[in-house]
Design a binder for this molecule. Structure first.
Ligand SMILES: *Cc1c(COP(=O)(O)O)cnc(C)c1O
Length: 490
């Protein structure tokens, strides 16, 4: 079996590689005096710049070696459930780095950015069409930020109506950001249990709904990869109670082009462009979490939104009940551009095919893993599925499997989420993986679970740049710059 071999690092910091000096000497320029006169006195440098004294090839090699210390979707399989780690087409990168788009400034007059505004407008319309919504804002910077934006709109909506609704109901299978966003927006979170099928328990929902309910937040397919079969009934129940139905649309990858949250009765939803729409995730950002709403909530959207009048595009700042701004300008435009390109290139049929293949890949992999790890909620899944690695109530099994996978050049699936599955492995292969790679993953997982001795697994990973790290320490003692290392905090 093909293994994964990385060179022996760690790679030193540039500052450790070479003494400080001036890495590159700019040619003298006669205009420099005029520029210097424009710079305030206190900002003018008095001593030479102290940067590592490295040449261009040394810099290139350094960053190339660093790139090899990490896993990325270009390096191998990346089945991180609920994250939709699909391949990011290079076309999007090329588009956003064209000098014309790169050189734009958000404060340019609208007349001079009509092309860009038309793209943003089109993206708003495409997302509205895909989600079955009426209006869309591109402002939120990520999925959780979209949820928070949605929750602020829910709060304002009931404030304007003079209704003191202060509770948001959330199922126990929800993504952790859902209760966090609701709580941040000032709501009390009411959690309800799932039923035996891993779907919303209608009796529990019935019992939780009241005149205090502002919203019910769910994702469909849910985090177990199951489609909520009772969604229309759920929608009626929530609306009969006078509440708003919120759709967590981070992962639209199973239903895009096939079913629309708006048609299921959802009033607000967010999209994760950095998941479903193939834009990079990049170390926690930049992302983009546009929010779509039904018409009755349009006036609550953050401003500005892009509107079209005749042949002209402009920013609309005037929405009667707007919650204000949630992000500078019109959001992460470079991310929006990539998603626009993706949607344009794929087209309606392409998006449908992507969803169909994502679902097929997920069910094929689930089928290959039958008999290797138990599925506590069996049956057909959508874009992802969750297996339990718990053996007789043992603890730590999911972590051991995840670590062992690393030595095969495979990114582990999401582990320990959703919380309702013991020792969960949440697997999402996405549509861009070939059949052979899915089969290889299943074979590696079989070997790890069925053949590898616990002691052998305990040593993994041995072929990665770093072995087992102290995850708690890493989160608690952040070393974010080389200053921290110079100061001996490491
Ligand atoms: C990823 C995800 C989110 C949060 O999105 P971020 O962009 O990471 O903030 C919310 N809900 C679900 C179901 C997700 O998978």
């Amino acid at each position: 079996m093909r293994g994964y071999q990385q060179a022996s690092y760690p790679e030193p910091l540039l500052i450790e590689l070479k003494e400080k000096g001036v890495g590159y000497e700019l040619p003298r320029w006669d205009g420099v005096r005029e520029i210097v006169e424009l710079v305030p006195e206190r900002l003018i440098r008095r001593s030479p710049l102290q940067i590592p004294n490295v040449s261009e090839p040394e810099v290139a090699r350094h960053f190339f070696r660093l790139s090899q210390m990490n896993h990325c979707v270009e390096a191998g399989f990346y089945p991180l459930g609920s994250c939709t780690m699909k391949y990011n087409p290079k076309l999007g990168e090329r588009l956003t780095t064209t000098p014309h788009l790169r050189g734009m400034h958000p404060l340019q007059p609208e007349d001079s950015v009509q092309g860009l505004l038309s793209i943003l407008y089109e993206l708003q319309r495409y997302l509205a069409e895909i989600g079955g919504m009426d209006e869309v804002t591109l402002q939120p910077a990520a999925g959780a930020h979209g949820e928070f934006t949605g929750m602020l709109m829910v709060r304002k909506y009931f404030e304007v109506r003079g209704e003191g609704r202060d509770e948001v109901i959330i199922p126990d299978s929800a993504h952790g950001t859902n209760p966090a966003s609701a709580a941040m927006a000032g709501f009390k979170v009411v959690e309800i249990p799932s039923n035996g099928r891993g779907e919303v328990d209608l009796k529990a929902l019935e019992a939780a709904l009241s005149e205090r309910t502002a919203a019910f937040m769910i994702t469909n397919p849910n985090t177990l990869g199951k489609f909520e079969e009772d969604i229309l009934e759920i929608s009626d129940m929530v609306h009969d109670a006078g509440a708003i139905l919120y759709y967590d649309g981070a992962n639209l990858n199973a239903i895009m082009g096939w079913a629309r949250p708006g048609d299921m009765g959802f009033d607000i939803m967010h999209f994760n462009l950095h998941k479903t729409f193939a834009t990079p995730h990049g170390g926690g950002g930049p992302g983009s979490g546009p929010v779509g709403v039904k018409r009755f909530l349009k006036e609550y959207l953050p401003v500005p939104i892009v509107v079209k009048e005749g042949e002209r595009y402009r920013l609309e700042w005037n929405l009667k009940h707007t919650i204000g701004k949630v992000r500078a300008y019109t959001g992460n435009v470079a991310v929006a551009l990539r998603a626009w390109a993706y949607i344009r290139v794929m087209g309606r049929e392409g998006l449908k095919t992507a969803s169909a293949l994502a679902t097929l890949n997920s069910n094929y992999l689930r089928h290959l893993l039958e008999g290797i790890l138990p599925d506590p909620y069996p049956g057909l899944k959508k874009h992802e599925f969750v297996l339990s690695s718990s053996r007789d109530g043992s603890r730590g099994e999911a972590r051991e499997i995840a670590k062992a996978l690393l030595d095969f050049g495979l990114h582990p699936p999401t582990v320990y989420f959703p919380l309702i599955v013991d020792e969960a492995l949440m697997i999402e292969p996405t549509e861009t993986e070939p059949k052979e790679e899915i089969e290889r993953f299943a074979e590696v997982l079989r070997r790890i679970v069925k053949e590898m001795a616990p002691a052998e697994r305990g040593r993994a990973p041995e072929r990665t740049a770093a072995g087992r790290v102290d995850e708690v320490l890493a989160a608690k003692r952040l070393l974010l710059t080389w200053h921290d290392i110079e100061e001996g905090k490491a």
